[in-house]
Ligand binder design. Structure first.
Ligand SMILES: [Zn+2]
Length: 257
C-alpha cells in the first residue's frame, strides 16, 4: 500500500492510501485535485473517509461519490453529505481489505472521529482529522478541554510506531508555540530543525508518529512537570489539575503569535 497527502486549499492535506487498483481518500475538502490524481495514476476510488463536518473536510465528497461511485463513510451526529455510511465509537469499517477502527475524539467538533488501522504493511496508521496535529491540536469549536484532553489521551495510547496523518500542515507554527512552552526540550529542537528543512523544500512534515508527538507536542505533554510549570507561569490564577493545565495551554495557543 502507498500513503501520500494531496495538498488542497492553503494548508490542507487530503490523504490517499492505495494499492495497485483501488484507493481511499480522507477528508476531501475539494474534488478536483483528487480526480486529477486518480486519473494520472489509473486508480479507482473505493472509499471516502470523513472525520468531521467542516467544509474543508467534506466539500468534495458528494462530487467524488457521484463521479466515481465511491462509498462515503462519516461520523454519526454531524451534518454530512448524504447518502453515506455512518460509523461510531467501537465500529470497524473494512476498506481496501483493511480493518479501520473508529475512535470517537470529541473536542474540535462534537462528533469528530478518527480512523485507526493497526497493521498496514506492518505499521499502524491513524487518520485523525483536526484533533491531533504535529506539535499541536485542533481548536475547541464544539467541545470542552476535558473532552479534548480525553480524546488526545486515547490517541496518545496508540502504539509509538503509529503513522499520524493530520489534515493540516500547521507543524512549524505549532512547534514555535511548543518551544515557547518547553524551551529546553532537545527532542523538540531537533524535530523543529528537521521540519524546517522539509518545508524549505516544500515537502510535507507529515505523517508524524505517536512516539514523536509524545516527545514534542505540548498538548500530549500537559502532565509533564516543565509543561505544567510553563502553564502556571502563563496563567497563575488557573487551577493545577490536568484539565485546567490543558485548558490554559489551549487558550495560550489561541493568542500566541
Ligand atoms: Zn475542522
Amino acid at each position: 500500500m502507498q500513503l501520500l497527502p494531496i495538498p488542497a486549499f492553503t494548508d490542507n492535506y487530503i490523504w490517499v492510501l492505495h494499492g495497485t487498483q483501488r484507493a481511499l481518500v480522507v477528508d476531501p475538502g475539494e474534488a478536483g485535485g483528487v480526480m486529477d490524481w486518480l486519473k494520472q495514476h489509473g486508480l479507482q476510488l473505493d472509499t471516502i473517509l470523513i472525520t468531521h463536518h467542516h467544509a474543508d473536510h467534506t466539500g468534495g465528497a458528494a462530487s467524488l461519490r457521484e463521479t466515481t461511485g465511491a462509498r462515503v463513510v462519516g461520523p454519526t451526529g454531524e451534518p454530512m453529505p448524504e447518502p453515506l455510511q455512518r460509523v461510531d465509537e467501537g465500529d470497524t469499517v473494512m476498506v481496501l481489505g483493511l480493518p479501520f477502527q473508529v475512535i470517537k475524539v470529541p473536542g474540535h467538533t462534537a462528533g469528530h472521529i478518527a480512523y485507526y488501522c493497526p497493521d498496514v504493511d506492518g505499521k499502524p496508521l491513524l487518520f485523525c482529522g483536526d484533533t491531533l496535529f504535529s506539535g499541536g491540536c485542533g481548536r475547541l469549536f464544539e467541545g470542552t478541554p476535558a473532552q479534548m484532553l480525553n480524546s488526545l489521551d486515547r490517541l496518545s495510547a496508540l502504539p509509538d510506531a503509529t503513522q499520524v496523518c493530520c489534515t493540516h500542515e500547521y507543524t512549524l507554527a505549532n512547534l514555535k508555540f511548543a518551544q515557547a512552552v518547553e524551551p529546553h526540550n532537545t527532542e523538540l529542537a531537533a524535530y523543529m530543525a528537521q521540519c524546517q528543512a522539509l518545508r524549505t523544500q516544500n515537502f510535507p512534515t507529515l505523517p508524524s508518529s505517536i512516539l514523536v508527538e509524545k516527545q514534542i507536542n505540548p498538548f500530549l505533554r500537559s502532565r509533564q512537570a516543565a509543561v505544567r510549570q510553563a502553564a502556571t507561569v502563563h496563567n497563575p490564577l488557573a487551577s493545577n489539575d490536568d484539565v485546567s493545565v490543558f485548558a490554559t495551554l489551549r487558550a495560550w495557543k489561541n493568542v500566541f503569535k
